[in-house]
Design a protein around this ligand. Structure first.
Ligand SMILES: C[S@@+](CC[C@H](N)C(=O)[O-])C[C@H]1O[C@@H](n2cnc3c(N)ncnc32)[C@H](O)[C@@H]1O
Length: 256
């Protein structure tokens, strides 16, 4: 018996097995993790290939109550490692204190929230491979100076190197989504420590992009600080992560 797809849970089941294998093969096991957590396994199309790899132990977290018994029945070896729960309310430390790689064909309606949760737990997450709406995937991997570059691109690129891997057409799913999909890989950039206050960094980025067509001189007015910097003549979408770090340091000094 198959699971009837629920729109509210963003369920579009991948039915193209060659794509499923390609997604799982995109994980780079030498990243120093022995545990993989799959978000939203559904009927296990990715899980079946994850279970074939002995380099790591696979766990899954699934919110759908119909999916949990399905997975336990079809993959008995996985049964003790099926978590019934909401990833957005769940801490990785409940699973292990060690590193955990994350994989998933994400529910597109909550993909940004999933990334914010991962950023909060980033020191435990060396690698993420996921499929999401193509437009969002492109945006996250976009370099500065591009219209696609936005708030979440800068937040994530501060901590991860992001690579757009390949696109997946709607016909590969049941039911087909209305949009194209894209697969990305994020590798934790250990060398880059955030050399500024993190909360302020997030605030500067958010404020700058809130009025992304304006120069930062105008867009950052809500911060209420007097600044003098060439960055102010640019727009938020033109600044790299390193530029935002430097700008945040200037804002911090001006606030002191
Ligand atoms: C796009 S489907 C992918 C299903 C399966 N991995 C596949 O590729 O066919 C997204 C999956 O995420 C699950 N899901 C939705 N919200 C979730 C949440 N907050 N936590 C965990 N799983 C969730 C859905 O029930 C669904 O199975």
């Amino acid at each position: 018996m198959k699971i009837r797809p629920k729109k509210s849970l963003g369920q579009h089941f991948l039915r193209d097995l060659s794509i499923a294998r390609r997604i799982v093969d995109s994980l780079v096991p030498h990243q120093g993790f022995q545990t993989v957590l799959e978000i939203g396994p559904g009927m296990g199309v990715l899980t079946q290939y994850l279970l074939q790899n002995d380099a790591y132990e696979t766990h899954v977290i699934e919110i759908d109550r119909d999916s949990v018994p399905y997975l336990k029945q079809h993959y008995p070896a996985l049964a003790p490692r099926v978590i019934e729960g909401d990833f957005l309310r769940w801490n990785l430390s409940r699973l292990t204190e060690a590193k955990v790689a994350i994989i998933g064909n994400l529910p597109y309606n909550i993909s940004s929230q999933i990334f914010f949760r991962i950023i909060d737990q980033r020191d435990q997450v060396p690698e993420i491979v996921c499929m999401l709406q193509k437009e969002v995937a492109r945006r996250l991997a976009s370099p500065p100076g591009n219209k696609e570059y936005g708030i979440l691109s800068v937040y994530l690129q501060a901590f991860y190197d992001i690579e757009y891997l390949f696109s997946v057409p709607p016909g590969a799913f049941d039911p087909p989504p209305k949009v194209q999909s894209g697969v990305i890989r994020l590798l934790r950039n250990e060398t880059m420590q955030l050399a500024c206050d993190e909360q302020l960094f997030f605030r500067v980025i958010k404020t700058g992009f809130n009025q992304r067509r304006k120069t930062l001189r105008n867009a950052l007015k809500p911060l209420g600080v007097e600044l003098d910097s060439p960055y102010l003549d640019q727009r938020a979408e033109q600044l790299s992560v390193a530029d935002f770090v430097a700008l945040t340091q200037l804002v911090q000094e001006a606030m002191e």
